[in-house]
Design a protein around this ligand. Structure first.
Ligand SMILES: *Cc1c(COP(=O)(O)O)cnc(C)c1O
Length: 374
């Protein structure tokens, strides 16, 4: 097949993924339907164990979404009004939205210009006597420098949560994402590397007491049923999601390998061009939840790719410190220069495991042609 025959490359193709695992997924769904055990139960318990093992943690607690996982982790740690919690300025909104929803104040820190993860050198300056926690993000599938961040948190006796919504299976020097902090939080949103057929999330921790409290908060603070020592909420994972996620977890390492191979091919194809390639910190296992390039004329390239039926997305166009809902915090444009520049210049290209080599070549050539002739 020549590259000329390719007329369309979506950003993500979940149907192509389903086609590779259809019998397993269908059997899992049927199993839950036959059992009629829809909330919690053996599928959810088994997924919790499997994710805990996969992420090198002692405990895992399933909940309704990746957003709830962060919200409940903060809640479990007792964070609320009067507290400050540090978040990178360049991340998905939920990282800081959950801080605000717990009644605490988000404090933003700029990111590293190469990895887009929290700039550890700026962290200590942002800590005040009110700081209770840091929510560090392992963005685009690459672990942030958790040992260094943890050292700062330990020194100041504050909690560390890793928003690992994009990084399940990523590693820092062999240690898995989610395992190097008080709580790691995963999202099973369909487009994530491990995605369900709907919303879902999970908290992981090494601490049995924290796991126990988180589990209670997910279920109205009840233990046993109808005896409430805490006021919690309803944030649970459906058995259908758990059953499907268990199937997909078995394929996750193979998919992550394919994503890394696809990234390596893009990297070769962009060599010697003006396309800024993603930086891979070799201390990490990068699982490429996104493959994010950097170009000065990003918006024009995005428009061009749309015309050529090539899927792409801007993660994220507006850094959090300048979002309208956080105007009262008093940040202004220019406060987080690295995040602001990234928001103008980054673009995610298709990287999903089922891409063919010809599709990648077609995307890379289209990008190169545009950037070179701009
Ligand atoms: C997807 C995502 C979330 C939220 O997960 P949901 O399951 O969609 O609620 C949080 N943080 C980051 C960095 C994400 O990418």
């Amino acid at each position: 097949m020549s590259t000329q025959t390719i007329t369309k490359v979506p950003l993500l193709d979940l149907k192509a993924q389903y086609d590779t695992i259809r019998p397993e997924v269908d059997a899992a769904v049927k199993g839950v339907m036959e059992s009629c055990h829809f909330i919690g139960g053996p599928e959810v318990a088994a997924l919790e164990q499997e994710v805990a093992r996969y992420s090198q943690t002692a405990h895992a607690v399933a909940c309704a979404s990746g957003t709830d996982a962060i919200l409940l982790a903060l809640w479990t740690l007792g964070i609320g009004p009067g507290d400050e919690v540090i978040s990178p300025a360049y991340t998905f909104f939920a990282t800081a939205g959950t801080i605000a929803n717990n009644g605490a104040t988000p404090v933003f820190v700029d990111v590293d210009p190469r990895t887009y993860n929290l700039d550890v050198h700026l962290l200590e300056k942002a800590i005040t006597p009110r700081t209770k926690a840091v929510v560090a993000v392992s963005l685009f599938g690459q672990c942030c420098d958790l040992p260094a961040i943890k050292a700062v948190c330990d020194k100041h006796q504050i909690y560390l949560i890793e928003d690992a919504a994009q990084s399940i299976g990523s590693e820092w020097e062999g240690r898995r994402s989610g395992s190097m902090c008080d709580f790691g939080t995963f999202s099973f949103f369909p487009s994530k590397n491990l995605g369900g057929a709907g919303d879902g999330g999970m908290m992981v921790t090494q601490n049995a007491e924290l796991a126990e409290k988180a589990r209670m908060l997910c279920n109205h603070g009840a233990k046993p049923k109808y005896y409430h020592s805490l006021v919690g909420t309803n944030s649970r994972l459906d058995a259908l999601q758990a059953a499907i996620l268990r199937v997909k977890l078995r394929h996750l390492d193979r998919w992550s390998e394919r994503r890394a191979q696809n990234a390596a091919l893009y990297n070769r194809l962009f060599e010697g061009s003006k396309v800024g390639r993603p930086h891979h910190d070799t201390r990490t296992r990068h699982i490429y939840n996104q493959y994010v390039i950097r170009v000065p004329n990003r918006d024009a390239l995005k428009k061009h790719l749309a015309e050529k039926n090539i899927g792409c997305e801007v993660y994220y166009p507006v850094p959090l410190h300048v979002q309208k809902c956080f105007a009262h915090l008093g940040y202004k444009p220019g406060d987080m220069p690295v995040s602001e520049a990234a928001a103008l210049e980054t673009l995610a290209l298709p990287i999903y495991p089922e891409l063919t080599e010809d599709m990648i070549r077609h995307v890379a050539q289209t990008v190169r042609d545009f950037v070179e002739n701009a």
